[in-house]
Design a protein around this ligand. Structure first.
Ligand code: ADP
Length: 294
């Protein structure tokens, strides 16, 4: 598997003239020193990792650890203060104007926690709208919207208004809007956090099912470790604006690199969260059936 996204030493500082505080950080000033002395907030600091093509890469961490700041750097909703973000080998940090617009329309799509849909348009119009902005011909828009809605389980819901839909259904619309442009990379910022637990589990499974068909590269943010381990092929754990461990759920569970992570994983029920365990038990069941073993 090859790295489709390479994040190299990315730092994002909020406030005027952000590069003016880089030296202070390099000299060892803490985030709170910087906030007190200059009023700048360090969103993420010196983050590096790669995301492989076709994997679900989860960024996990507590609130305020820098997850949203980082994912927003991946489509330049946040402009990194320093560092490079290579996508298919090209540094996107220098993108602006038409090049940035093309990148956002063709390469990446974002799914937000609060669905990001237009409340005064029908389900289908919501999906068509994104395609219209991109300049897709009218006949093709409708066809693509219908196909994408079917992919996310919304066949027959095309004419409904968002106000008639539950949270789970609204997030399916959000997902359809993002998928309709056929992006290589799907960025998902706490997409299921606003849903109640039952619907949340249903949507997690829906995402895994969609992913098994479409094989997108997905960067998924969550503060929920169970969700991270259930969905992630690999997981990056963030703390205070930095990534403190990256690995498969199995690696993080078995070899936590930091007492902070040890604390996080100590109460995890491995049999429930690890995808590898689930896949293994499914394939063992298949072997048993094919061999006639009960
Ligand atoms: P998370 O997504 O893990 O909850 P965030 O990335 O939202 O964390 O926040 C990381 C830090 O960056 C926090 O201290 C937050 O207050 C700060 N931050 C995020 N966005 C902005 C912004 N637009 N302006 C100033 N500070 C911000």
């Amino acid at each position: 598997m090859s790295g489709i996204i390479k994040i190299e030493n990315v730092t994002k500082i909020f406030g005027p003239h952000p590069t003016s505080v880089l030296e202070k950080i390099q000299a060892g000033a803490s985030k709170s020193d910087i906030l007190n002395e200059t009023g700048h907030t360090v969103g993420v600091y010196d983050v590096s990792f790669e995301v492989n093509r076709g994997e679900i890469f989860v960024i996990m961490g507590l609130s305020g650890s820098g997850k949203s700041t980082l994912i927003r750097c991946l489509n330049l909703l946040n402009q990194p203060t320093e560092g490079r973000i290579l996508i298919d080998g090209e540094d996107i940090v220098r993108y602006s104007g038409k090049e940035l617009q093309r990148f956002r329309q063709n390469k990446v799509a974002m799914v937000f926690q609060h669905f990001g849909i237009l409340t005064h348009r029908t389900v289908e119009e919501n999906v068509v709208y994104g395609l219209e902005v991109k300049g897709i011909p009218k006949e093709e828009r409708k066809q693509t919207a219908r196909e994408t809605l079917a992919t996310v389980g919304l066949e027959g819901w095309e004419e409904k208004m968002p106000g008639e839909l539950s949270g789970g259904m609204l997030q399916r619309v959000g997902l359809a809007r993002a998928l309709a442009n056929d992006p290589d990379i799907l960025l998902m910022d706490e997409p299921f956090s606003a849903l109640d637990p039952l619907i949340r589990r249903e949507m997690q499974q829906e995402l895994l099912d969609i992913q098994s068909k479409l094989k997108k590269t997905i960067v998924f943010i969550t503060h929920d470790i169970n969700e991270a381990f259930k969905l992630g092929d690999r997981v990056a754990v963030m703390k205070d604006g930095q990534v403190i461990q990256t690995g498969t759920p199995d690696e993080i569970l078995n070899e936590p690199a930091d007492p902070y992570i040890e604390d996080f994983v100590k109460d995890i029920d491995r049999s429930k969260v690890l995808k590898a365990v689930q896949v293994m038990s499914k394939s063992l069941a298949a072997v048993s059936l094919s061999e006639g073993v009960q």
